[in-house]
Design a protein around this ligand. Structure first.
Ligand code: ADP
Ligand code: MG
Length: 888
């Protein structure tokens, strides 16, 4: 590990050396670019684009493009990229992580590689940690891109219930008078936001859009373009901290618990053999005519029946409850198939006898059993789509990241994302003083000491920022401060925008701000508070009015300057950590809020032996040391060796968490392969792939399989009746194809004959409804099969994963077992998709349905409901089994 870090430091030096000549080149272009008029500067963009079309590479034009972006920033924002910022920009362009400390201006750094990479026209994404920053940064940097002739947009989650997938485009020609903060944000669609050259948004929004796109049933619904280049801001937070939980789009199955109860009450009144039969072997149960009549009577009495016959399509949803209730009653036995424990129905694994906590029978059966056992019925949530951030971000052609704290996690970035970390030096030397930790025996005395320290600083006027590990701890500290009469603000990362405004003032004289780890991230703490903004002449029509405002500003600015100088005299922002976090990185983030851009500052962490990280991972060693040092209960101890011991335990916890995340990725990688295949298939379908050939080949395969299965070696024993019965569930057969006729043919003749018929029938149907409609139906049938079965597959994989843990006990590597069984499940998924398509395609049709409110008759595609099994009740409503009725 240490050796590894050592080589990292060396290679970092080398990396930086390699950047120097490029930086020099950009600097040498500066005078030339400064001479350009605004229009000429804007014109550079088109020139670069042309050069890229003429086979120059992005690397070729990097120095000029960076020079152009720097010049635009200088003119428009009055901020000229520092040399270290150019370095950071190059590193980002190279698809690496630039570690740049807080306050180094990473927002501005990103404009360089984003501008350069957007020149190809393929779109670039900037990923922010929260929705406030997604808007702030797009708007803040918008003028630079605009001056260069590029478009920039922002996507963010809905801020109120009426908003649907909100997005804004930066457009200075548009003004929303009501919006005082971001008046030039024009509302646009998500799709338009993704068509902008540069799109800012949160990791969640990007990820969800990707999942939603892959659930679309028409290409026109896709909002994203192919994922080209992304820069992830606060990359450690997004790719490490947030990567522990995957993105999931889930729906809760629409169910009414009360229906389960009704059926659980009705079904026990049915009599075995008279009202229902059991086919033990298949573990199936069927209602008889008498059972059906009884159920219809009872349901009519309860007002639930929508049509006279239970098997009328209008009653379809009822039959599902009925089937499940019946199964739950007659096929599933308490204490054999499941047990009831703490008000929950727990499945018993039929092979191992183990209790499968957390697993549920699917499609409403579990709920039916819950109703039977009179325990609380739990709503099932179905996973419709899911992906981990690891796998989402790996989809980009090029990925880069920036943050103040990446180096400690360099190994993980490298192993999981193949991202290299380059540590960029600060623009000015860092002069913050990091005091050694103070260690207390228990939490109480620690918090009291923290409050005392805050009081001291507050009284002398030095601003203090206190970091806590949880909302609960923030509140505890807040109480202590209230008792001492110290005015303070508490931030809990709840309302990013409001908290941003507060934290921007955390550097004022006497300010005391308590924040949980994430609160106010991405917002700069300026000593003396936020600088008053100079009024711009062009915003005023009247010269005098501007003069007046400007004078007012001058006075305010002077006041700000005095306060700023005063805070510097007081030693700058003081940071208090109330606990060492599990990861050193998070501690560094907290410290890093002070001492930005050469500012003075200081920090101190308080630790107690009761703290989680000490207690769980390094407690004995720390304690041993303290005993040795003659530690007494009331005085704190401050020794570098204790800090070392704590850091060692942090390294241990980091490793532990890394393993967990690695594990998650290992598992997700298995599903990821499946996802890639399925999503690619879907996409092909939407793009208009030739499905007919595909489907017909599935039909041929199925026919071959069926014929092979029914033709026995001993020809006399071949089951042609069974074959015909099975075939009729695919398509209706004409009279000439019957068991007697088939028995006179050889197996391959049968196959040929059937295939010929299947193809003819297909053509015939196509001629009837038209080629265009047939293509539409093919697409719908395929998509429907893929989507339904893929969803089920995700659930099954999830179950498999929960089971995988059991393998460890059997001396089998769980991940190996998971991969193997996952592969089998995937094969059965593809087989099921084909099966579904074959058994549906001949049954779907287009019908005209008069929509009551519309005069124009509407064309609706009606894919057949679910597949009708031979033993299912006939959908015609006769009450007979399908095989004895229309399916005959
Ligand atoms: P970071 O994300 O690295 O913590 P920010 O992007 O929030 O930093 O920028 C911090 C502050 O530095 C901002 O107020 C920004 O305007 C300022 N800043 C960044 N780059 C420059 C520059 N080249 N010249 C002057 N000010 C800059
Ligand atoms: Mg930032």
């Amino acid at each position: 590990m240490l050796k590894w870090l050592g080589s990292l430091v060396d290679s970092n030096e080398k990396e930086l050396k390699r950047l120097e000549p490029i930086v020099a080149q950009i600097n040498s272009l500066e005078p030339e670019f400064q001479k350009l008029s605004d229009a000429e500067l804007r014109g550079k963009t088109d020139k670069f684009k042309t050069r890229l079309k003429n086979d120059e590479t992005l690397d070729d034009i990097l120095p000029e493009a960076f020079a152009a972006a720097r010049e635009a920033a200088r003119r428009i924002m009055g901020e000229r990229h520092f040399d270290v910022q150019l370095m950071g920009g190059i590193v980002l362009h190279q698809g690496k992580i630039a570690e740049m400390k807080t306050g180094e201006g990473k927002t501005l750094v990103a404009t360089l590689p984003l501008y350069l990479n957007a020149l190809t026209g393929d779109g670039c994404h900037l990923v922010t940690v929260n929705d406030y920053l997604a808007r702030r940064d797009a708007y803040w940097m918008g003028p630079i891109y605009h001056a260069l002739g590029l478009t920039v947009a922002s996507i963010y989650p809905p801020q109120n219930p009426d908003e649907h997938l909100p997005a804004r485009l930066y457009d200075p020609d548009y003004t929303d008078e009501k919006d005082t903060r971001w008046p030039h944000f024009r509302p646009v669609s998500r799709q338009q936001a993704y068509r902008a050259d540069i799109t800012y948004g949160t990791n969640n929004e990007f990820g969800f859009d990707y999942l939603r796109d892959n659930m679309a049933i028409d290409l026109s619904q896709y909002v994203q373009r192919p994922l080209n280049y992304a820069i992830v801001d606060e990359v450690d937070n997004i790719l490490i901290d947030e990567a522990r939980t995957p993105l999931i789009i889930s729906g809760s199955a629409e169910e009414a618990t009360e229906k389960y109860n009704i059926f659980a009450r009705l079904v026990p009144q049915l009599k075995k053999d008279e009202d229902y039969t059991i086919e033990e072997k298949e573990r199936q149960t069927y209602l008889t005519e008498s059972g059906m009549t009884k159920m219809e009577k009872w349901l009519r009495r309860d007002g639930l029946l929508r049509a006279p016959s239970l098997y009328d399509p209008a009653n379809y949803s009822l039959t599902q409850y009925l089937e499940n209730a019946l199964k739950a009653k007659v096929l599933f036995q308490k204490d054999r198939d499941y047990i009831v424990k703490d008000g929950q129905v727990v499945i018993v694994d039929e092979f191992t006898g183990r209790l499968m906590f957390g697993r549920r029978y699917s499609e409403g059966l579990h709920q039916a059993i819950e109703a039977k056992e009179r325990v609380k019925i739990q709503r099932e949530s179905v996973t419709l789509a899911t992906i981990t951030f690891q796998n989402y971000f790996r989809l980009y052609k090029k990925l880069a990241g920036m943050t103040g704290t990446a180096a400690t996690e360099a190994e993980e970035f490298h192993k999981i994302y193949k991202l290299e970390v380059v540590v960029i030096p600060t623009n000015k030397d860092m002069i913050r003083i990091n005091n050694p930790d103070q260690i207390y025996k228990d939490e109480d005395s620690k918090f009291k000491a923290v409050a005392r320290e805050i009081e001291t600083f507050h009284q002398q006027g030095t601003p203090v920022l206190i970091g806590t590990v949880s909302i609960e701890k923030s509140e505890r500290l807040s109480d202590l401060l209230k008792r001492r009469g110290i005015p303070h603000q508490v931030l809990n990362a709840k309302n990013h925008e409001k908290e941003a405004a507060i934290i921007a003032q955390a550097g004022r004289v006497g300010a005391v701000t308590v924040a949980t780890n994430m609160a106010g991230r991405g917002v700069d703490i300026i000593l003396g508070g936020k600088k008053p903004e100079e009024p711009k002449r062009e915003d005023f029509q009247d010269e005098q009015e501007w003069q007046k405002d400007h004078q007012k500003w001058q006075k305010e600015y002077q006041k700000w300057q005095e306060e700023h100088d005063r805070v510097i005299e007081l030693g700058g922002l003081h940071i208090v950590g109330t606990e060492r976090h599990e990861a050193r990185r998070i501690d560094n983030q907290l410290r890093g809020r002070s001492g930005r851009q050469g500012d003075p500052g200081s920090s101190r962490f308080y630790v107690s032996l009761e703290d989680d990280v000490v207690h769980r991972f390094g407690g004995d060693r720390v304690k041993g040391f303290m005993d040795w040092a003659g530690f007494d209960e009331n005085t704190p101890i401050e020794h570098s060796m204790v800090s070392k011991a704590i850091e060692n335990s942090q390294v241990k916890v980091e490793g532990y968490h890394f393993d967990i995340r690695k594990h998650l990725v290992d598992y997700d990688d298995v599903v990821n392969k499946h996802r890639e295949v399925i999503y690619a298939e879907r996409r092909k379908i939407l793009e208009g792939a030739d499905l007919k050939a595909n489907i017909l080949s599935m039909v041929r395969d199925e026919i071959e399989k069926l014929v092979a299965a029914s033709c026995s070696h001993d020809f006399m024993e071949s089951d042609f009746t069974g074959l015909i019965e099975e075939l009729t569930t695919i398509f209706p057969l004409p009279p000439p194809i019957n068991p007697a006729a088939l028995s006179k043919m050889r197996p391959n003749e049968i196959t040929e004959k059937l295939i010929e018929y299947a193809e003819q029938l297909y053509e015939q149907r196509e001629a009837e409804i038209g080629a265009e409609n047939t293509r539409l139906l093919e697409r719908l049938v395929m998509l429907r099969a893929i989507d339904t079965l893929w969803k089920d597959h995700l659930t099954e994989m999830d179950h498999l994963r929960q089971q995988a843990g059991l393998y460890a006990m059997k001396q089998v590597d769980p991940i190996v077992a998971y991969k193997k069984e996952g592969h089998a499940l995937f094969q059965s998924l593809t087989a099921s998709i084909e099966h579904d398509v074959v058994y549906t395609i001949y049954k779907v049709s287009l019908t005209r349905k008069e929509a009551p409110a519309q005069r124009q008759p509407q064309k609706v595609a009606v894919p057949a409901g679910r597949k009708v099994g031979r033993n299912d009740p006939c959908p015609c409503g006769s009450g007979k089994k399908y095989k004895h009725c229309c399916g005959r």
